[in-house]
Design a protein around this ligand. Sequence first.
Ligand code: AMP
Length: 289
Amino acid sequence: MTCPVSETIADIRARVARSRADGLSVALVPTMGALHAGHESLIRAARERCGFVVVSIFVNPTQFGPGEDYASYPRSPEADLEACARSGAAVAFMPQPAEMYDPPSLTVVSVPSLSGTLCGASRPGHFEGVCTVVAKLFNIVQPDQALFGAKDYQQATILRRMAGDLNFPLEVVVCPTVRETDGLAMSSRNRYLSGGQRAQAVALHESLLLAGRLAGQGERSAGRIAQAMREHLARRAPDGRIDYIQIVDPDSLADVDTVDRPVQVLLAVRLGRARLIDNMRVDAARPDR
Ligand code: AMP
C-alpha cells in the first residue's frame, strides 16, 4: 500500500482544487518525514476531521542552523508513503528544495516575541525558517485545518499565533504527544540514540512527571521544581547535557516564578548526537496530566 505523491506546487494545487470541487474539506499535516506513530496520529486525526488529507514531507533547509543535522536528518521516503497510506492521507506533497526556494525566499515570517526563548535561544533563526515554510505551505495547499503535535509545544504556539495574526483562513489543531511505552516522546531524532542513550532518554519524561508530582504536593517555586528536575536528570541521564529546563506561561511562554496556575514545563537535553525536547502541562489543581 502506498500513497500518491505530488512533487510540484502546481500539481498539489490542482489535486486540492479537484477535491474541493468534489465537496471535500482539506487538512494539512506538515512533516519532515521519517514518519513514526506520532506523525501517524496527526494524519489519523486529520482524516477524522477532513475528507482530503495532504501530508507534506519536506526537510526544510532554512530551519536548520550551521552545524545542525540537515544533511544527516533521517530520510525514509518509501516507508513514509506506506505510513501515509495506512493512516489515511490522500496525497504526500514531497517537493525538492528548489520547488520551494528557487528563487530563494527574501521574505521571512517571524513571531519574534515567542521565538527568542526556549529552543529559539539555542537555535537562532530556527523558528523564522519554520514560520516561513509553514506560511508557504498554508498558501500552497490552502487547507481548512492544519495539524501539529504538542511535542513541539513552542512551535505549535508560534504557528497558532502566526496563523491568527496573518488571518490565514484555517484552524490550527494541536494534537497530544505520542510516547513510547516507557514514556519517551516519539521523535525522528530518537534514531540517533545508542542503546545506552535510549535507556537514559526516558529521564526527560520522568522529570516532567516529577514536576507534576511536586506541584501536586504543593510546591509553588518554579525554581525548586526545575532544580529537582535537574537533579533527576543528572542521576538518570548522566550523559545528558541540559540545554534548558523552563516553566512558562502556556500562552506567552514567559517564565513563571510561582506555580499558582496552569504552567507549561519544557526541557531540551542533548544526548549524544540527539537534541531531545519534551514538555508537559502542569496544573497544580490537576497533577500528572
Ligand atoms: P517533524 O517531522 O518532526 O517536523 O514533525 C511534524 C509534526 O509531527 C509536528 O507537528 C510535530 O509536532 C509532530 N510530532 C512529532 N513527534 C510527535 C509525537 N511524538 N507526538 C505527536 N506529534 C508529533
